[in-house]
Design a binder for this molecule. Structure first.
Ligand code: GDP
Ligand code: MG
Length: 678
């Protein structure tokens, strides 16, 4: 426990009022100025306080880092402001009703200059004031912050008091808790105030200074109820009992019984009454606790403002030492996050030369990435993203296309040979019957080609749609920190793909069209299959021509299954021979045609992907970026959007602040490592 220094009254060097000097013959022991506590204070505690003060000055709270803070809570009129007043040796707005309407951060700083320095800080304003006008200045500032009515606000007001003899303490005075709204107060005043108090006392870094009036039953205090919600064991709660003069009876029992579990103990005080000066008030307080028949029974260790000041300083120092390592950790963590975020912000270019270089960088990296995924099949950049494993996906799509194209159309068994017969009848000519007119063959070939023509076109479109998605995500990835031109580059990518798509479709139509023009192959497989298939010709014709009693309706033909033949009986022997022959030729040839289409498209696809990556991609983007009609892309790289600029500014400030904070704590943490564990 801090502050426990036996039965002797300890007067801190920073006591707002040097009681000892006014009563030099005081019967109580007084710690001399050279006491060990003082040198220890100067050596160890003062630097800690300075550090936290610097952090507070730097406003690290803005970065979400909690600093150890003494928070003054108490029911309305319990004497909060009076206690602060006594500690600071100044007068604060005091009295019945709601006086404190905004969080008042009081920074008391001991100074050696005889002239006190007092100023207020709120919403970026600094208002100098003096001892006589503090109360007025606070009321005026409160009116500005929370309006001139009786409403409250959680925007803080900071009061700096630099003065000889004040303790080094930073405390926050909060509005007192009112159950019932008074005239002109909002209905939810209780919720507003208790919410504000909770926000301040909740962090584990906060020390709760619970101000209790001796005139009330502590167990009924709203402020006790609240502080116990966030600090059950009371380990960071200290109680100040005010108005000891008004209810001296039973005070000793109250503080010794500790019905409300206050871990850091009680200090009983008597504040300034009426128009007393601070000096008078301290003298009266000292006198009261020394001479009053009941109050003098209370341990000296727990009475008087000087004791309170001393205790608070020690508690504050211990808390600071304990919290510093965590503060350092948080500062580092916040700084890392901010640095990372800053590095992710869009770049700013200083000149068009620099912009051009950045652009070439983007193009170069995107191109390399495309080369790897579209051509080389190196997916190390996108290990988990199957969509980006392009060579494999293209192969998948191609084999699917090939299967789909070569899937045998269901042979119309009832109409077997009829297509051939119809065409042959139209291509009749004067000639020998066992020659198939070439025109007839080309006509049937053309019919076959027409049937499948849409498939290759659809396939190539699908391929380029896929490549467009891939291209777009590669572009996005590499141009992410240049949002000014990202859309231009993306547009260039889209234009490029649609051009290539158009070309490819034309080319594929050509590849298919070529098959209609000439029936040619050097593939010997054609002759082999045709020979095999024609071997059944004679038995097939015989079956068709057999019109006797054992004539059959069907014929089992290798590669075609059971085909119907009865409908063929009315045709002439020669025509049937020709039709059968033609069917076998086209069937053998068609297999070769389909494979040739797949092969051609596959090779063409590889070639156009290579062109895309190796030359078109770069050309198209550069063309788009230097095209004055497209809005001068390069110039746009020199601009920065206001939102990004302000974010950059904010991050830079944060980093600067965190760096300063880090420096501020670094030294002290080394010196004090382990202090807080004592
Ligand atoms: P707050 O609302 O908690 O800030 O309470 P104030 O500090 O404004 O005090 C409320 C009233 O109690 C004022 O009139 C003070 O003068 C009075 N008061 C505060 N402390 C003492 C004390 O120790 N003794 C006496 N007699 N009156 C006190
Ligand atoms: Mg007050």
């Amino acid at each position: 426990m801090v502050g426990g220094t036996g039965k002797k009254k300890v007067v801190p060097i920073t006591s707002p009022l040097p009681i000892v000097e006014v009563n030099p013959n005081n019967h109580k022991d007084v710690v001399p100025i050279e006491a060990p506590i003082i040198s220890s204070y100067n050596d160890r505690i003062r630097p800690l306080l300075d550090t936290v003060d610097r952090l507070r000055n730097l406003n690290v709270m803005r970065e979400g880092i909690q600093l150890p803070t003494i928070v003054v809570v108490g029911d309305q009129s319990s004497g909060k402001s009076s206690v602060l007043e006594s500690l600071a040796g100044i007068s604060l707005p005091r009295g019945q009703g709601i006086c404190t309407r905004v969080p008042l951060v009081m920074r008391l700083q001991r100074s050696s200059s005889p002239e006190p320095e007092i100023w207020l800080e709120y919403s970026d304003k600094v208002v100098p004031t003096d001892e006589e006008h503090i109360a007025e200045a606070i009321c005026a500032a409160t009116d500005v912050i929370a309006g001139s009515g009786k409403g409250v606000s959680d925007a803080p007001l900071t009061l700096h008091v630099k003065k000889v003899g004040v303790p080094d303490l930073t405390m926050v005075d909060l509005p007192g808790i009112t159950r019932v709204p008074v005239n002109g107060q909002p209905e939810n005043i209780y919720e507003q105030i208790s919410g504000m108090i909770m926000k301040y006392i909740e962090p584990n870094e906060s020390i709760i200074l619970n101000v209790l009036s001796a005139t009330v039953d502590f167990t009924t205090c709203e402020s006790i109820r609240m502080s116990r919600q966030v600090d059950k064991t009371g380990e960071r709660t200290l109680a100040v009992v005010t108005k000891a003069d008004m209810a001296p009876e039973g005070l000793l029992q109250k503080v010794t019984a500790d019905d409300v579990s206050i871990g850091l103990g009680y200090v009983c005080v008597r504040n300034r009454i009426g128009e007393e000066t601070y000096e008078e008030a301290r003298t009266q307080e000292e006198l009261l606790f020394r001479t009053h028949p009941m109050l003098s029974l209370i341990d000296d260790d727990i009475v008087g403002i000087p004791v309170l000041a001393h205790k608070l300083m020690l508690i504050q120092a211990t808390m600071i030492a304990r919290c510093l390592p965590e503060i350092v950790r948080k500062i580092n963590q916040k700084m890392e996050t901010a640095v990372l975020e800053l590095s992710k912000l869009p770049m700013v270019m200083a000149s068009s030369g620099e912009a051009l270089m950045a652009l070439m960088d983007i193009i170069g990296s995107a191109k390399e990435s495309l080369l790897r995924i579209l051509i080389q099949g190196d997916f190390s950049e996108y290990p988990g993203d199957q969509k980006m494993h392009c060579t494999a996906r293209l192969a998948d799509m191609l084999s699917q296309f090939s299967d789909n194209l070569q899937a045998k159309p269901k042979e119309n068994v009832t109409e077997f040979l009829m297509d051939e017969i119809k065409i042959l009848e139209e291509c009749k000519c004067v000639g020998l019957p066992n020659f198939i007119p070439r025109s007839a063959f080309l006509a049937i070939l053309s019919q076959h080609v027409d049937d499948i023509q849409v498939k290759p076109v659809e396939f190539i479109k699908k391929i380029w749609d896929y490549i467009e998605v891939v291209l777009s995500s590669v572009i996005t990835k590499y141009s992410d920190n240049l949002p000014q031109i990202q859309s231009s580059i993306k547009r260039a990518g889209r234009n490029l793909i649609s051009k290539i798509k158009e070309q490819s479709v034309e080319r594929v139509i050509q590849i298919v069209e070529m098959e209609k023009l000439t029936d040619y192959t050097c593939n010997p497989e054609y002759m082999t299959t045709w020979t095999q298939k024609t071997s059944e010709q004679q038995s097939f014709i015989a079956a068709v021509l057999n019109n006797g009693i054992n004539k059959s309706e069907q014929f089992s033909l290798t590669g075609f299954g059971n085909v119907k033949i009865s409908h063929l009986r009315r045709y002439h022997d020669h025509l049937l021979q020709q039709a059968f022959d033609m069917k076998m030729r086209i069937t053998s040839y068609w297999t070769i045609v389909l494979r040739r289409i797949v092969d051609n498209i596959a090779l063409y696809l590889q070639l156009s992907v290579k062109y895309l990556v190796n030359s078109h991609f770069q050309k198209e983007i550069v063309a788009e970026m230097v095209d004055p009609r497209a809005g001068g892309g390069i110039e746009r790289m020199l601009e920065e959007s206001p939102s990004v600029a302000s974010k950059r500014e904010k991050l830079k400030n944060s980093i600067k602040l965190l760096k300063e904070s880090k420096d501020a704590v670094a030294a002290i943490v080394d010196q004090n490592s382990g202090y807080g564990d004592r």
